[in-house]
Design a protein around this ligand. Structure first.
Ligand SMILES: Cc1ncc(COP(=O)(O)O)c(C=O)c1O
Length: 420
């Protein structure tokens, strides 16, 4: 017997393993099932990492003052004036999100579908998670009426709704909630006394820098914790750098202290060399901003190309605005798909892999309705298998025309196009 039963390896990591096995057996697989930015390390970051090798002391649990000042500056440039005391850095935003689940009392309200880690983290923390359907226009936030209704039902059932998690921009839909919707959800959170965790790890991966972005921390500063990190915008998932910004004031300080206590017993602090990297990255010097803009342009170009392909194939799909995902719904093709043995998101996933070698993350693994014909496709997986191909994609004015990307897109167009 283990103390934590019923938990499996995260489904996206499990899918990775399956794809590796199929490739090792000689099969062609177009892998769209893993949310990784798939870009090389920006050279100055590697220099900072080497320069930080001398930082071998444990240091403060929340992170050194230099890195917390840099993170405070990062938020300050985004209309969120921040004192370094409000900041905690950690090895990735995942452990910060877990610590928040442990520290904030009450049940958790999640958009449905949502990133596949929020619900298991809630369960690990001994909480109940309630999925709330997303509105038609975007993901990452619960539809307001459904949120009110879920809070009411949760209370009636003896639960205590305590926190709502928002993802801006969103994984899995690749969309961004517009400001008026953020305001509406914040108003509900205030009326119902919910804390807000705003996961903004894709904020710097907005495809069009002119897209209006409103953080809940601007609207409901007293109750919003913002998390972010370098895994997505700078493709540094394996370096594990995350940060959280806590509310100013007593409530925020108490929550920060609780997270720092948890951190002190679990991960101690962000690795010293990574603090050197984080101080540079969150400081956002001009060359880094330029690099971020180039990455966001690439993510946008390829996500739009895949969106075009699935829509042309007959799927419904929200237009991507950020991150590197599309989340198509093949409901309009239910009849022809049924003729091929596809009736739900799991059989759709299996069919795409067996028939075309296309690996996607099925919607039910993201807490979506399993009967729906939806999946997440991570479009960043198309940038190339080698560092050279990825560099080429990043430098190209027209990345979707590069032969190695065009060939994969043509395969997707042909495969999805044959479904009708
Ligand atoms: C929405 C979202 N939040 C958080 C994370 C965790 O990122 P990290 O722990 O690398 O900061 C991910 C990574 O997949 C994500 O997609």
């Amino acid at each position: 017997m283990v103390a934590v039963a019923g938990f499996e390896v995260s489904p996206n990591l499990a899918l990775n393993q399956l794809v590796d096995e199929r490739r090792a057996a000689g099969e062609r697989v177009v892998h769209l099932g893993f949310g990784e930015a798939r870009l090389p390390v920006f050279a100055p970051l590697a220099e900072r990492l080497a320069a930080g090798a001398h930082r071998n002391a444990y240091g403060p649990v929340a992170g050194g003052l230099d890195v917390r000042e840099a993170v405070a500056g990062y938020f300050g440039r985004r209309r969120l004036p921040t004192d370094p005391g409000q900041v905690v850095v950690a090895p990735g935003s995942k452990p910060l999100l877990m610590a928040l689940q442990l520290a904030v009392p009450g049940d958790v309200l999640l958009p449905r579908p949502a990133w596949n880690t929020y619900a298991p983290q809630a369960r690990l923390a001994g909480k109940r998670a309630h999925g709330v359907p997303i509105p038609p226009e975007c993901g990452g936030v619960p539809a307001p009426d459904a949120l009110r209704e879920t809070v009411r039902a949760c209370r009636e059932g003896g639960g205590t709704p305590g926190v709502v998690v928002l993802t801006l921009p969103d994984n899995p839909t690749g969309t961004l909630a517009p400001p008026e919707l953020v305001r509406e959800v914040c108003a509900i959170a205030r009326a119902e006394d919910l804390m807000i965790v705003s996961d903004e790890i894709y904020r710097d991966v907005l495809h069009d820098p002119a897209t209006p972005f409103l953080s809940p921390a601007e609207v409901a500063p007293e109750r919003t914790v913002v998390t972010t990190g370098l895994s997505k915008s700078l493709a540094l998932g394996g370096w594990r750098v995350g940060a959280a910004r806590f509310p100013d004031g007593e409530r925020g300080a108490a929550l920060r202290d609780a997270v720092v206590s948890i951190a002190s017993e679990v991960w101690s602090t962000l690795a010293g060399p990574m603090q050197e990297v984080a101080a540079y990255a969150f400081g956002e010097p001009p060359e880094l901003r330029e690099h971020l803009a180039a990455c966001a342009r690439l993510h946008g170009a390829v996500a739009r190309a895949v969106h075009r392909i699935v829509v042309d194939a007959g799927a419904e799909c929200r237009a991507p605005a950020g991150a590197f995902y599309v989340y198509p719904d093949f409901e309009p093709l239910r009849a022809p798909l049924a003729g091929r043995g596809v009736h739900d998101s799991d059989s759709l996933r299996r069919f795409l892999l067996d028939e075309f070698g296309i690996a996607v993350l099925a919607g039910h693994l993201l807490d979506d309705d399993g009967k729906a014909l939806r999946f997440k496709a991570a479009t960043s997986m198309l940038y190339g298998a080698t560092r050279e191909e990825q560099e080429l994609a990043l430098a190209s004015a027209d990345p979707v025309a590069l032969p190695h990307i065009a060939a994969e897109l043509a395969w997707l167009r042909e495969s999805f196009g044959s479904l009708a």
